[in-house]
Design a protein around this ligand. Structure first.
Ligand code: NAD
Length: 353
């Protein structure tokens, strides 16, 4: 691929290829934009079929983090790293320590964390070589409860926009995915008196929400077409697509899953159909908000309070969408871009050091 052309097109700052012969490390660190602060984004380990695929993934994910962090009101830029390898068979102490040393060479421009294929244990090895790592055991811990809370607040804000009242009492919510986030979300919804329709590939996860929250279970393939007010995707990406959209009977889509729109045009179709879509990266920012708290000394109450701000940000996205007559996924990007531009302006003032 033509890397510089791509970097120029989307405004990237830096791409670092990291190699260590002894540990076998082949990693890519990508820093997209540090206008707001150090680039924060997780480390993914994946058996990429080619180097190009790994580089492109790092580039795309890093840019996504710029938007997510900016929109979440964090003073963090966007970055991401990938290690080429199989997380089941290729992990070792030396691999992650070698990676940690490369992170350290960047002097804090990039802060790493867990992502697909990496764990808290891997972060501990990285921490042996650099302080620029978050998501360590005993600190911010599992972000899922904060993500679920933020998603719940995003859902209430969307309800206010659509029904003029943010109460979810009596609303029928179809929840796809009852894992870490989905289960915790169901608890908030049940406590408020929402009626749950739920599905998961894991029957035990379904039994749990049926037993604890009185949810009605449906088969995984049936969740898209159920009669409901709100559809909440908390499992997979790409689930808003040509196959699912014609089945939707919901008025609202709010969930924590990353990259819910299979393609951008699916966001346009939702709008045409009058379905209110709260953009995924605004709604699920609780996870990154939680990790960012760790950088200043972790406090779960403060993390939850910050995640509650997702309510106002979702309202703002819908306002921008209405005022500019654009779909919400574009409105979210504009909100992030505007914040970066405004803070860039602030940074113009020279400070003698
Ligand atoms: P998880 O692995 O704990 O749970 C996912 C659940 O979805 C599992 O129970 C799985 O069985 C189920 N699932 C998978 N495919 C399914 C299908 N086709 N139909 C129904 N259920 C299916 O993951 P999680 O931590 O709860 O995260 C859920 C989603 O939210 C993911 O997309 C993740 O990227 C996103 N997210 C999570 C966080 C966080 O803090 N955990 C933060 C931001 C975004």
């Amino acid at each position: 691929m033509e890397v510089f052309k791509y970097m120029e097109q989307y405004g990237y700052e830096q791409l670092v290829m990291c190699h260590d012969r002894i540990s076998g490390l082949r990693a890519v660190i990508c820093i997209h934009d540090t206008t707001l602060g150090p680039a924060l984004g997780g480390l993914r380990m994946w058996p990429y079929a080619s180097e190009d695929e790994a580089v492109l993934d790092a580039l795309r994910l890093a840019r996504g983090m710029t938007y997510k962090n900016a929109a979440a009101g964090l003073n963090l830029g966007g970055g991401k790293a990938v290690i080429i390898g199989n997380p089941r068979t290729d992990k070792s102490e030396e691999l992650f320590r070698a990676f940690g040393r490369f992170v350290d060479t960047l002097g804090g421009r990039y802060i790493t964390a867990e992502d697909v294929g990496t764990s808290v244990d891997d972060m501990e090895y990285i921490r042996m070589e650099t302080q620029y790592v978050a998501g360590l055991a005993g600190l911010s811990g599992d972000p899922s409860p904060v993500t679920a809370y933020g998603t719940y607040m995003g859902m209430k804000a969307t309800a206010l926009v659509v029904w003029g009242n943010d109460s979810l009492k009596g609303k029928v919510v179809a929840v796809q995915g009852l894992g870490h986030v989905g289960y915790a979300l169901c608890r908030y919804l049940a406590e408020e008196g929402a009626r749950l329709i739920a599905t998961d590939l894991d029957p035990a996860a379904v039994d749990r929400v049926v037993g604890e929250f009185g949810a009605t279970a449906v088969a995984p393939g049936d969740i898209y077409g159920v009669d409901c007010d709100i559809f909440s995707p908390n499992a997979l990406g790409g689930i808003i697509n040509d196959h699912t959209i014609p089945q939707f009977k919901c008025k609202v889509i709010v969930g924590a899953a990353n990259n819910q729109l299979k393609e951008e045009r699916h966001g346009d179709i939702l709008r045409e159909k009058g379905i209110f879509y709260a953009p995924d990266y605004i709604v699920n920012a609780g996870g990154v908000i939680n990790i960012a708290e760790e950088l200043r000394g972790y406090d779960r109450e403060r993390a939850l309070k910050k995640a509650a701000g997702i309510y106002d940000r979702v309202l703002k996205v819908f306002k921008i969408a209405e005022e500019q007559n654009i779909p919400t996924y574009i409105a979210a990007d504009r909100m992030a871009e505007e914040r970066i531009a405004r803070i860039h302006g602030v940074h113009r003032t020279f400070i003698p050091r």
